[in-house]
Design a protein around this ligand. Structure first.
Ligand code: ATR
Length: 274
């Protein structure tokens, strides 16, 4: 019997999750079939329930339904509870719906394990204060950076977000014009690069030997990856590895088996071209 999984989102046609999970299934020999399902606004909860009631074992959730998925879950992982967002739902045998958020684990694994970028003791600048940033904040802070500054176009959103997470580390928030000093790692979690835009960053804010990370990815280097290269970043990375790592953690939650992500990331990169 093949177990069915899916990703829900809108839009969803270009999602790489089916490709990633079907490669995981092939690699691990797990009997898994994974598809992409479009949900209309207002119909997400109903669509998920229909999927589960008709035999689906679990699903991923992407934009714009992560918060609705958080509301839908009967039980939440600590990260999902804190992020107020769920990207992985698992239907348990007792009929309850478990919600997790694997995005933060995904970025931390990609940075530390795939790219050898230690977070401990580092000065981190995190750009953006929307759902994407909230989703990764706790795991980043638990890696014990020296400090973390959240900068956002709407300064108040960054300040409020920082205030929610002060127990973990030195964390503060503000507008782009409040960025000062130098950072060892600059992470872009704004939607700016989707529009080919770049957050306004002061010259010299990347420390010597520092790296940059765009949570977005594209076939061609994103505007933020290009900016990182122009600043002389040791590594100017995009978010394809984060995507594969968050998927691997979801696969582990569902199947109890951890895929080997390196060959799958290499294959995806080759398929992406650019
Ligand atoms: P997501 O769930 O992808 O984070 P979101 O919650 O709508 O989406 O947040 C988008 C983030 O990108 C916000 O931080 C937004 O800044 P504002 O809070 O000021 O709206 C940021 N953003 C979007 N377009 C941007 C641009 N062109 N330049 C800078 N920041 C941008």
């Amino acid at each position: 019997m093949v177990d069915r999984y899916a990703v829900f989102g809108n839009p969803i046609a270009h999602s790489k999750s089916p490709r990633i999970h079907n490669l995981f299934a092939q690699q691990t020999g797990e009997s898994v079939e994974y598809s992409a399902l479009l949900s209309e606004p207002e119909e997400f909860a109903q669509d998920v329930m229909m999927f589960l009631v008709t035999g689906g074992k679990g699903c991923n959730v992407t934009v714009p339904f992560k918060q609705e998925a958080w509301e839908l879950a009967d039980e939440l992982s600590a990260y999902a509870a804190r992020a107020k967002a769920v990207n992985t739902l698992a239907f348990r045998d007792d009929g309850t719906l478990y919600g997790a958020n694997t995005d933060g684990i995904g970025i931390v694994r990609d940075l530390q394990q795939n790219h050898g970028i230690a977070l401990q003791g580092q000065r981190i600048l995190l750009l953006g204060a929307g759902g994407a940033v909230r989703g990764v904040l706790q795991p980043l802070l638990e890696a014990h950076p020296f400090s973390l500054f959240i900068a956002n176009r709407t300064a108040a959103k960054a300040t409020e977000l920082a205030q929610d997470f002060t127990e973990f580390a030195r964390v503060a928030g503000g507008g782009f014009d409040e960025i000062s000093g130098q950072f060892d790692l600059i992470i872009n979690g704004t939607a700016a690069s989707l529009q080919g835009d770049l957050p306004p960053l002061p010259a010299g804010c990347l420390a010597e030997g520092g790296s940059t990370y765009d949570m977005m990815y594209a076939a061609k280097p994103t505007a933020f990856v290009q900016w990182g290269r122009a600043q002389g970043a040791a590594k100017a990375l995009d978010g394809l590895g984060m995507l594969v790592e968050q998927a691997a953690e979801a696969f582990f939650i569902w199947r109890g088996v951890r895929p080997d992500t390196a060959p799958i990331l290499a294959q995806l990169r080759a398929e992406l071209g650019g």
